[in-house]
Design a protein around this ligand. Structure first.
Ligand SMILES: [Zn+2]
Ligand SMILES: [Zn+2]
Ligand SMILES: [Zn+2]
Ligand SMILES: [Zn+2]
Length: 306
């Protein structure tokens, strides 16, 4: 009676939970293993590798799996990041997970060559499975985050897309040319501890640059900071330099720097003090008048290094 029951349990649970994914999996693996050379040149390679890619997707976190890939005794796979979190139960069939490595899948992964995930952004690279992730972390076609500071904007894209986004959605000031002369005015600067002024986007040398200006509390002292970011990668940012000048009452402070790539977050640049910094007391001294109003004139220039 007991054995009949457990057999019945087995039969009932197997077709529902275990068999369908196993059958599918085995078909896909079979195709790839039997015919790797032909698959590499056949036009259906994309279809085959996309089903293999699904196989390599962890059923829990949905990320691509990298060695060690684990499996339960029924063959369901799981990534090593999720394994410690499932309390030794297979998340697919609920059987005990144990400590079985899925070497076959690891080897299939090693034989795969996949296009970079930023293909649609222009990257033509094809990478072995295990080095694809590393490439994508550094791919020069990977989209940039929106450089607008002081908002939780999650928009991403290439530079032309972001320039249009800054213009249309953030209403930023667009400025042509490589020199500028800006006035930053704040009527009650003593009340302000953190403020971000409207971003200005400069277009010169066929490139785009973002000028940030803001106030924040540095230790006990309120400061103003201005810096330039380059809308492009770090390697190209180094081809440019810029200067910023602020002053009044016969004094001035000059900063010369290298624009930072927008790959570096606005916050990171700010925290590294890589820009023109002015203590509020000095800023008010530059402003003249009765220190009730901040009136800073910032002039600047961008140039291309030879
Ligand atoms: Zn996972
Ligand atoms: Zn399982
Ligand atoms: Zn790429
Ligand atoms: Zn944005």
């Amino acid at each position: 009676m007991a054995s009949a029951n457990s057999l019945f349990d087995d039969m009932r649970s197997k077709p529902e939970v275990i068999d369908p994914p196993q059958t599918e999996d085995m078909t896909d693996i079979g195709e790839t293993v039997n015919d790797p050379v032909q698959n590499a040149i056949k036009p259906n390679v994309a279809a085959v590798s996309s089903s293999v890619r699904e196989l390599l997707e962890c059923p829990v976190c949905l990320n691509a799996m990298y060695p060690p890939i684990h499996q339960c005794s029924n063959g369901h796979t799981l990534c090593s990041g999720c394994k410690p979190r499932v309390h030794n139960r297979c998340p697919t069939c609920r059987h005990e997970l144990g400590n079985i490595r899925c070497l076959a899948l690891e080897k299939i992964a090693a034989s795969l060559e996949l296009p970079c995930k930023y293909q649609s952004f222009g990257c033509a690279g094809i990478y072995p499975y295990y080095s694809k992730l590393k490439h994508e972390g550094q791919c020069s076609f990977r989209p940039y985050n929106c450089p607008y500071a002081g908002s939780e904007c999650t928009v991403m894209g290439d530079v032309p897309y972001l320039v249009a986004h800054l213009k249309d959605d953030h209403k930023v000031d667009m400025h042509g040319g490589s020199t500028f002369n800006h006035r930053y005015v704040k009527s009650n600067p003593h009340e302000v501890e953190n403020a971000t002024w409207m971003l200005t986007v400069f277009s010169c040398f066929g490139q785009y640059f973002c000028l940030h200006f803001e106030a924040f509390q540095l230790g006990m002292a309120p400061v103003y900071m201005a810096f330039l970011r380059y809308m492009g990668d770090d390697g190209e940012a180094k081809n440019y330099s810029y200067s910023l000048e602020v002053g009044g009452n016969g004094r001035k402070v000059i900063w010369q720097g290298v624009p930072r790539s927008i790959r570096d977050s606005h916050r990171k640049v700010r925290d590294s003090f890589d820009g023109l910094m002015i203590q509020r007391n000095m800023a008010l001294f530059f402003s003249g008048g009765d220190r009730k109003e901040l009136k800073l004139r910032v002039t600047g220039r961008i140039w291309k290094e030879q």
